[in-house]
Design a protein around this ligand. Structure first.
Ligand code: CP
Ligand code: NVA
Length: 318
């Protein structure tokens, strides 16, 4: 039998988890963003911020950015990282999530997990006495949204006045962007086919947060309506990891949501193009847009490093 050890809700970020954007208050998100910008500007100042700390990085799906930025990030802070793949731990099969949590909490200082079901992530966090960070589940990608809003603020300054458009699949990335927009009082239009709308609970929560924080959240099935007069145009893959078998069918269903010159022309001329990457050039975005002067996709990828360093310092050190 496993014992349920739900962590007490603590004040400040120290000892907390970051499983969903909704785990942090607007003020906490803003403080992480401020710290991330300072870390980007003055990296040497933070060389010993997490001296001796060890992060376990559990990956049940592939990764370039998340693996690299967490590994490099903790090392730049004076700590180290240990990679755990399915070949090593085979989470839930070789050993239960509970037992993995109870082992790791005695060996490392924090865990980042990329997995399929969000419940695996919440269960690991509920049982481990150390901070757990969601490095992507089927439901959310909160570290991505933190880096994305850092990038938008860097490039656009006045977030309150920017219209952000997300077009494509109402997936994990869309969910975290919705919650982040709600928390920060931003304007986000999400354009997806009816069949691929974001999760209704996430939509409802994002709309409620937007109401509290002075933002606007709109869903539409029209990609043109979403992108019209936008300051930021964001897209992601049409078939996420785990949905590869549906890729060809989805390609037909999402055809009119491709971010190409035609769709992008409905946005402001200086609109940013954003993508969490990896991009499927010729599918959800054309080369022309990916490689245009509007594209900030690699700045966005770099900001994963700074945003996650700030998150790790917040959770591990306070
Ligand atoms: N955007 C992102 O999470 O990239 P990876 O899948 O390469 O980690
Ligand atoms: N929605 C994508 C994001 C990849 C970073 C996926 O889950 O595969």
């Amino acid at each position: 039998m496993t014992k349920k050890t739900v962590k007490p809700r603590k004040k400040g970020l120290k000892g907390r988890d970051f499983l969903s954007v909704d785990d942090f208050s607007p003020a906490e998100i803003r403080s992480v963003l401020v710290l991330a910008r300072d870390m980007k500007a003055h990296p040497r100042k933070y060389r010993a911020a997490l001296e001796g700390a060890m992060m376990a990085l559990i990956f049940e799906k592939p990764s370039l950015r998340t693996r690299t930025t967490f590994t490099v990030g903790i090392k730049q802070l004076g700590g180290d990282a240990l990679l755990l793949t399915p070949a090593d731990i085979n989470l839930g099969k070789r050993e239960s999530v509970y037992d993995v949590a109870k082992n790791l909490e005695r060996m490392v200082d924090g865990i980042m997990i990329r997995t399929f079901g969000h419940d695996i992530c919440t269960s690991l966090a509920a049982h481990a006495a150390i901070p757990v960070i969601n490095g992507l589940t089927d439901l959310e990608h909160p570290c991505q949204a933190m880096a994305d809003f850092m990038t938008i603020i860097e490039c656009r300054k006045n977030l309150a006045k920017a219209k952000i458009a997300y077009v494509g699949d109402g997936n994990n990335v869309a969910h975290s962007l919705l919650l982040m927009a709600g928390k920060l009082g931003a304007t986000l239009f999400v354009g997806t086919p009816e069949k691929y709308k974001p999760d209704q609970n996430v939509m409802d929560r994002a709309v409620a947060l937007a109401r509290e924080n002075g933002g606007t959240i709109v869903w539409t099935s029209s990609p043109v309506e979403a992108v019209h007069n936008a300051d930021v145009v964001y897209t992601d893959t049409w078939a996420s990891m785990g949905q590869e078998a549906e890729a060809e069918q989805r390609r037909e269903e999402f055809n009119s949501y491709q971010v190409n010159r035609g769709l992008f022309s409905h946005a402001h001329g200086d609109a940013l193009f954003m993508h969490c990457l990896p991009a499927h050039r010729g599918w959800e975005v054309t080369d022309e847009i990916m490689d245009s002067k509007n594209s900030v996709v690699f700045q966005e990828a770099e900001n994963r490093l700074h945003a996650q360093k700030a998150i790790m310092v917040g959770l591990l050190k306070g």
